[in-house]
Design a protein around this ligand. Sequence first.
Ligand code: NAD
Length: 431
Amino acid sequence: MKVYSSAECDINLLVKTLRTREGTARPDVAGTVADIINTVREKGDKALFEFTERFDGVSVKSLEVGREQIKKAFESLEPELAAAIEKACENITAFHQKQRENSWFESFDNGIFVGQKITPLERVGVYVPGGTAPLPSSVLMNVIPAKVAGVSEVIMCTPPGRNGMPSPVILACAYLTGVDRVFSVGGAQAVAAMAYGTETIPRVDKITGPGNIYVATAKKMVYGVCDIDMIAGPSEILVIADEYANPAYVAADLLSQAEHDVLASAIFITNSENLIRNVMTEMDRQLRKLSRKEIITKSTENYGAAVLVESIEEAVKLSNLIAPEHLELMVKDPFSLLGSIKNAGAIFLGEYAPEPLGDYMAGPNHILPTNGTARFSSPLSVNDFVKKSSVISYSEKALKSIYKDIIRFAETEGLDAHANSVRIRFEGENK
Ligand code: NAD
C-alpha cells in the first residue's frame, strides 16, 4: 500500500491512478467487450455457449436453469444460512418499502388537471456476479427493490461454476426472492444477451447489478438500447480515521473490500502518522490468515493508499474528490462529519458499522456507484425499477385562458403546426 501526502501533486497522482480502473479507459477491455457484444448480436445463443466455454472454462448443456433445480437448491440450503438470508430479506424489504413513491395528481377548480403517473418496468434483467466469488447477497439487493417496485418479470444472469451450474446458494436466493427465469451465463456476453435478446434469453428494459470490469464496461456500452442502473464496478472503500480509531478495525475493513477484485481499491485517510504505522502493521498481520491474500496483495499494491493529511476537514475534502463507493467515518464524533460528506455511495458511521454490515444485513442496498460516479449516482433503489409519465388534462375554459401564450411560444420557435393545433380550437386554422 502506497503512502501519500496531502501535497497537490500526490493527490492528483492518487486520483489519476484510481480513475484508470474504469474499463472504457482501458482500450484492451473496451475492444474485447465491443467484440463480445457484436458477436452475441450476430450469433445469439451460439455465441453465449462459445464465450462461456472460453471465459468460464465450462461447456454448459443448457443456458436456462430449470425451475426444479432452483427449488431443489432452496430446499437443500443449510437451515442457519437460510435463516440469515430470510432475516436479510426482511431488513432489505423494509428499507426499500420506504423508498416507494406514489403517483400524484392535482386538480384545480378552473378545469386544470396535472400529475405524475408511476409505472413499474415490464421486464428487468439482473446481473449477479459469480466469477471470483458467487455473491448471493447481490441477488437480494437486485431483486427485492424490483419486486417492491412491482416489476412484472425479473430474469437473472449469473456465471456458471465448474460444474456448469450457478452456485446453489445463488439459485436458492433466486427462488426465495421470486426470480422468474435464471440463466447460467456471465460477463459481457450476459449483458449483451439481456440488452439485445437471443433465442433463449429475452431482451429486457433495464439491466441492473454489479460486476467486474467486463460487466461494467458492457453495461456502459449497451446503455440506450436498454436502461442501466449505474456503473457498479470493482469495489472501493475509503476510511477516514483519527487518532481515536482502532487500527485493527481500520485494517480489517480495508482488507474486506480489497479481497473483492484485483481492481478493488482500499484507501485510508488520517491526520495521525501513528495510526498509519499501526494500520499497516495490522494489515500485514491479518492478511496472513486470509484465504484471498493474492487478490488482496494485488489490489492494495495497485489501488491501495494511505494518505496523511493535516486535519480531518482536509480528509473530508479529499474524500469528496474521490467520491468513494463505501465511506467509513472512524472518528471520535462521526455524526459531526455527516453534513460535510457530499459524494459517497454509502456512509458508515462509527466503529460498529463495518462495511460488511451494509453488504448483507442492515437493509440499504449494496449495489453502489463506483469509480467516482457517486458524484452524480445513487445506490440501487426502488426508483430504478419504475418510470414516470406526466399527465395533463385541461378544460376548454382553462385552455382558452392561455392559448394565446402558447401560440406566441410556437411562433417564436417557428413551429406553425404547433400554433395551429391550439388556434384551430378557438379561432379556426392558421391563415
Ligand atoms: P463477475 O460475474 O462480475 O465476472 C465474471 C465473468 O467475467 C466471467 O463469467 C467471464 O465471462 C468474464 N470474464 C472474466 N475474464 C474475462 C476476460 N479476460 N475477458 C472477457 N471476459 C472475462 O464476477 P467477478 O469477476 O467475481 O467480479 C465481481 C465484481 O463485482 C467485483 O469487481 C466486485 O468488486 C464487484 N462488486 C461491486 C459491487 C458494487 O456495488 N459496486 C457490489 C458487489 C460486487
